[in-house]
Design a binder for this molecule. Sequence first.
Ligand code: SAM
Ligand code: SF4
Length: 466
Amino acid sequence: MSGETKTRREADAPRAGRRMFIQSYGCQMNVYDARRMSDLLALQGYGEAASAEDADLVVLNTCHIRERASEKIFSELGRLRELKAARSASGDALKIVVAGCLAQAEGAEIQRRQSAVDVVVGPQSYHRLPELLARAGNGAHVVEAEFPEEDKFGFLPAPTEAATRRRGVSAFLTVQEGCDKFCSFCVVPYTRGAEFSRPVAAVVEEARALLAQGVRELTLIGQNVNAYHGEDEDGAQASLAGLMERLARLPGLARLRYTTSHPNDMAADLIEAHRALPALAPYLHLPVQSGSDAILKAMNRRHTSADYLALIGEIRAARPDIALSSDFIVGFPGESEADFAATMALVEAVGFSASFSFKYSPRPGTPGAERSDQIPEEVKSRRLLALQELLERQRQAFNRACVGRTLDVLVEKRGRHEGQVGGKTPYLQAVHFEGGPELVGRMLPVEILSAGSNSLHGRLKAREAA
Ligand code: SAM
Ligand code: SF4
C-alpha cells in the first residue's frame, strides 16, 4: 500500500454508523469492482446496508454495454432522487455515486440529467472515492472520468477476512482490464480504456491472500482475459497460461477458471494448459458473436467462422470433455437471413453447453451505430427467439448428458431446502444435493441423478470423502 493512500486515509478517519449500499450491474468485472469499492469504503467507516433505504451512501456501479442497461440506471436514479429528497426533508443526508462504464461514457451529462447525483466516477478511478466523496461533502458535483496515470490496484485495500468469507469460496480476481480490439459494436475500449495487465506478483499475492481466507476457486477475469501479458518478477512477460501455472501451485486452490476470452488470443500454451493443468476447469467461454464471415468482418472480429471451428477442434483435441459457451449478437447492421442462418449453422456445428445472446444495440460513438442498414426491431426479436431456442435445446441436452456421471462439485453454500447444499460442477452447472453446511468449501464427487431446467440434482458419491 503506498504512502499516498495512507495519508488520504488518515485525513478522512472512519466515522461510526455510516452505511453504504452498492448495486452492481452488468459483467463480472463490475462485481469485482463493487467488492473492491466496498473494501475501500469499509475503511472509511461504512458498514453494509441491505438496501438503499437503509444507506447513507448509494453507489450504482453501472453498465453501458447495451442501451437497456443504461436506461435502467437512469430510472433507478429517479427513484434515488426521491429518496434523497425525503431524507433531506427529515434532516438526513444521502450521497449518490454513479460509478462504472456509464459514468465513464457520459461523465457530467449524468448530473445534467439527474442533479441528485453527487459523484460520477469511471472504472479506472474508483480508488479515489474517499477523496471524491470528501469533495462532494459541501454539495459540490464531482466528476472523475479521466484515465488516471496510476494503477488503481496499488491503492485498493485488501478485503478483511470477514468480507472474503461472507463472499464465499469462489472469488473473482481481475488480472486484465480494457481492450484494444475495437469490435465495431462495442463500447468497452472507450469505457475501460486500453488493454492493461496486472503484474504477476500482484495477482499471485491477491490470490494467496484470498486462498488463506478460505477461497477455493478463483475465476481470473478481464474484458479480454486471454490477452493477458503481465510482467513477472524477472521483467519478462507472462501469458495467461504462465500465470495460471503459478497460481495452480498455491496451497488451498481447488479450481481455476478464466473469462472472457477472444478467439484470436487463444494461444497454443493456453490450449495446452487445458490438457496439462489439472486445476483448470474444463469449461471455456469463447464468444464468437456471429457465424457469418461477412458479419464477423463488419464487426471487426478479425477471424472467420472456419477459424473459430478449427480453434474449437484444437481445444477439444487438448481437452475432449471441455464444455463451451459463447456470446452472440443478432441483428448487427446488414445481417441478412443467410448471415443469420450461418450463425445457426455454427451453433449446430459446435454444440454449446450454455450461452448468452443479445439483440444488437447501437451504442453512441461506435462504428456500428453509424451504419444506415440497421435491422428492424421485429427482425432482431424473431432471430433472437430462434437462436435462443436452439441454444436452450443444446443446454438442456448437455445437462441431460451429465445424468449418471459423477462430477467433482465445489460446494459453495447451503441449498434452498433444509439439509441441502449447492455447488458447481466443473462445467459451471449449479447442482444441489443432500448434505450439511460443513461441506461448504469441499470439492466432492457427486453422482448426477437428474437435470432440472436450471440446476442438476445429485447424490454425494463417497460419504467417507466428506
Ligand atoms: N470481450 C468479450 C468478447 O470479445 O467477446 C466480450 C465483452 S462484452 C462486455 C460482453 C458481450 O456483450 C459481448 O460478447 C457481446 O456479445 C455483447 N455486446 C457487446 N456490445 C453489444 C451491443 N452493442 N449490442 C448487443 N450486445 C453487445
Ligand atoms: Fe468489446 Fe470484447 Fe470486442 Fe473488446 S474484444 S471490443 S471487449 S467485444
